[in-house]
Design a protein around this ligand. Structure first.
Ligand code: ADP
Length: 498
C-alpha cells in the first residue's frame, strides 16, 4: 500500500480511522481496485508516478471539516477535487504520489438560485449537466457556459482551474462571484460580501472592501472551495453561429489581426474556437484511416482532406447573440471584415457548445490514435498575428520531432489567444509516454525562452511552468502558502506551490 511521504503507518492509520468515522467506512477508499481509477492519467506519466494512497469522499461541509481536521492532526496531504475529471491535465491524480484525494463529487447541491440576478451557488459535485437540467426543469430562461467535456465535469473544478467555454460567459473565472472557503486550519470564510450577516449581495459583487481574494483560490492550494457563486447568461432572443475559413497556412497572421479587431470592439461577443485543418480532421476521422506513413501527419494531407469537405487551413467558429436586429447588423459587419481578409463564410452552422447544448462531441478527438494519451499544452499568445504564428511554428517544429501531429483549438479572447494544443498519443506503445513527456518539457522551455507563459498546466509539469514566472513570484506564492497552510496539508505541489 502507498503512503503519503513522511507519514508513518500509525499516523496514516489514525487519519484513515478518523476519516471513516466522519464519512463512513464505505467512503474511505483504500483498496487498489478503488484507488487506482483515481490515479489513472492521460498525461505522459506512468500511472504509478502520481498515484494517490487513498480517496476520501465526504458528503457535506461538516464531513469535509472533519477530514481536514484529521489530515491536519496527522500531517496527511489532501488533494481536493470536485468531479475529478480534469482530462489531459492530470484527471484526479495527485502531484505528489501518496497524497489522499478528497473527492467531493457527492456534495452536489445547488444551494441557491436567484432568478432576478441570474445567479446560482453550487457545491463541488454539481455537474454542468445537473445545472442545465435544473434550469430547464424550472423553466428558467438562462444559458450556462461549459467546457468541451461539459456534461461530465463541474463548474467548480473548471472555474477553479480558470477554464473557458464558448459563449459570451466563456471566461469562467470572470463569471464566478462569491466563494466559501475552508482553510487547512478549519477556518471557514466567504469572499466578497459573503461574510456580512444576512448578506444580500454575495453573488452580486465579487470584491467587497479590501483585497479581492477569489483569484488566489484558483489554480492554487491555499484552501478548499466548498461553495461557489456563478453568473448565468440570459438566453438571447436570437443567435447565429458562423464558420469562417481561410485557405492557406500563411493566412494566420492577417486572420488573427482581423478577429482581434472584431473581438475588441465587441462585434464578436464570444471567444469561439480557431482550429487548424488537423484538429478538424481528428474530430471527424481516425488517423489510421487517412495516413499509414511514419512521422507526424503531413499538414498538406489534412488540408487536402478539409478542402474536400469545404473547410480550410484555418477554421474559426464563432457566434453572434442578442436581439435579431443586433445579430443581423453584427453579422453584416463581421462578414465584411472577415471576407476582406480572404475568409469564406458558412453563415449558419451548429456548434452546441456555443448555444447551451451539452454534447460529448469533443471526445471524438480522443479516438484519433486511441490509447488514452492526452496532454494539453496551453500557451498564451498576445492576440497579434505574428505572435500566434510564431507559437504555431514553434509548436509544430517541436511536435514533429516526436512524430506528434500539430493541432490547435485556440480560444480567442480579446487581447489574448489561448492556444490549446493537444498532444494525442497512444499510451500502449512502449516508450511513448517517456517521449511525449520529453517533448512536453521541450515545448515548455522553448516557449519560455521565447517570452511566453501558460494559461493552465497539469500535474508533472507544474514546477517547470511556474518557474518561468520568476523566483520573486514563486516566493510570494510560497509565503502565502506558509501563511494559510503552514503544514502544507493541501495539494502540495499544485501549480508549483509548495
Ligand atoms: P473537473 O472534473 O470539473 O474537470 P476537477 O474536479 O478535476 O475538475 O478539478 C480540477 C482541479 O481543480 C483539481 O485537480 C484541483 O486541483 C482543483 N480543485 C477542484 N475542486 C476544488 C475545490 N473544491 N477546492 C480546491 N481545489 C479544487
Amino acid at each position: 500500500m502507498i503512503r503519503p511521504p513522511n507519514v508513518t503507518a500509525p499516523a496514516f492509520d489514525a487519519f484513515l480511522a478518523e476519516s471513516a468515522a466522519a464519512v463512513g467506512a464505505a467512503w474511505v477508499k483504500i483498496h487498489d481496485e478503488d484507488v487506482h481509477p483515481y490515479g489513472r492519467v492521460m498525461v505522459p506519466f506512468e500511472d504509478d508516478v502520481h498515484m494517490p494512497s487513498a480517496a476520501v469522499c465526504p458528503q457535506s461541509l461538516d464531513e469535509v471539516r472533519a477530514v481536514v481536521a484529521a489530515a491536519q492532526a496527522h500531517s496527511v496531504p489532501l488533494w481536493p477535487t470536485s468531479t475529478g475529471r480534469n482530462m489531459g491535465y492530470g484527471s484526479s491524480a495527485v502531484a505528489v504520489r501518496g497524497t489522499v484525494v478528497l473527492d467531493m463529487r457527492r456534495m452536489n447541491r445547488i444551494t441557491d438560485f436567484d432568478p432576478e440576478l441570474g445567479t446560482v451557488v453550487v457545491e463541488p459535485g454539481v455537474t454542468y449537466q445537473a445545472l442545465h437540467d435544473f434550469l430547464e426543469a424550472g423553466g428558467h430562461d438562462f444559458w450556462i457556459d461549459f467546457p468541451g467535456p461539459g456534461p461530465l465535469v463541474s463548474p467548480m473544478g473548471n472555474t477553479l482551474e480558470r477554464g473557458h467555454g464558448m459563449t459570451p460567459y466563456g471566461d469562467h473565472f470572470a463569471n464566478s462571484c462569491g466563494y466559501e472557503i475552508l482553510l487547512a486550519d478549519g477556518t471557514l470564510f466567504r469572499t466578497g460580501l459573503g461574510g456580512i450577516s444576512n448578506t444580500t449581495s454575495w453573488q452580486a459583487n465579487r470584491h467587497g472592501i479590501g483585497p479581492s481574494l477569489d483569484g488566489i483560490f484558483t489554480q492554487s492550494n491555499f484552501g478548499i472551495v466548498t461553495k461557489m457563486g456563478l453568473w448565468l447568461m440570459p438566453a438571447p432572443p436570437a443567435h447565429k453561429t458562423v464558420l469562417a475559413h481561410w485557405p492557406n497556412r500563411d493566412d494566420i497572421v492577417k486572420l488573427v489581426d482581423v478577429i482581434r479587431s472584431l473581438r475588441v470592439d465587441g462585434t464578436i461577443a464570444n471567444e469561439g474556437v480557431l482550429g487548424n485543418a488537423t484538429i478538424f480532421l481528428a474530430a471527424a476521422k481516425r488517423r489510421s484511416a487517412v495516413f499509414a506513413g511514419s512521422g507526424a501527419l503531413p499538414p498538406d494531407l489534412a488540408l487536402t482532406e478539409m478542402r474536400a469537405v469545404g473547410l480550410g487551413a484555418w477554421n474559426y467558429v464563432f457566434s453572434l447573440y442578442g436581439r435579431p436586429d443586433r445579430v443581423e447588423s453584427d453579422w453584416l459587419a463581421a462578414q465584411r471584415r472577415l471576407e476582406d481578409s480572404g475568409a469564406t463564410l458558412i453563415p449558419d452552422v451548429r456548434d452546441g457548445t456555443q448555444i447551451n447544448e451539452l454534447t460529448l462531441k469533443s471526445f471524438a478527438l480522443f479516438n484519433w490514435v486511441g490509447g488514452n494519451g492526452l496532454a494539453w499544452f496551453a500557451p498564451v499568445a498576445p492576440a497579434r498575428g505574428r505572435d500566434v504564428k510564431r507559437q504555431f511554428d514553434l509548436a509544430e517544429s517541436i511536435l514533429s520531432k516526436y512524430d506528434l501531429d500539430f493541432m490547435t483549438g485556440s480560444q480567442f479572447g480579446t487581447r489574448e489567444v489561448l492556444n490549446v494544443i493537444p498532444l494525442i498519443y497512444d499510451r500502449r506503445t512502449p516508450g511513448r509516454i517517456d517521449q511525449v513527456r520529453v517533448c512536453f518539457n521541450e515545448l515548455i522551455d522553448a516557449f519560455g525562452r521565447a517570452g511566453y507563459g501558460f494559461y493552465r498546466t497539469g500535474i508533472g509539469f507544474m514546477d517547470r511552468v511556474a518557474a518561468l514566472q520568476g523566483t520573486a513570484r514563486e516566493d510570494v506564492n510560497h509565503r502565502l502558502k506558509r501563511a494559510l497552510d503552514p503544514k502544507g496539508i493541501l495539494a502540495p505541489g499544485k501549480s508549483g506551490i509548495w
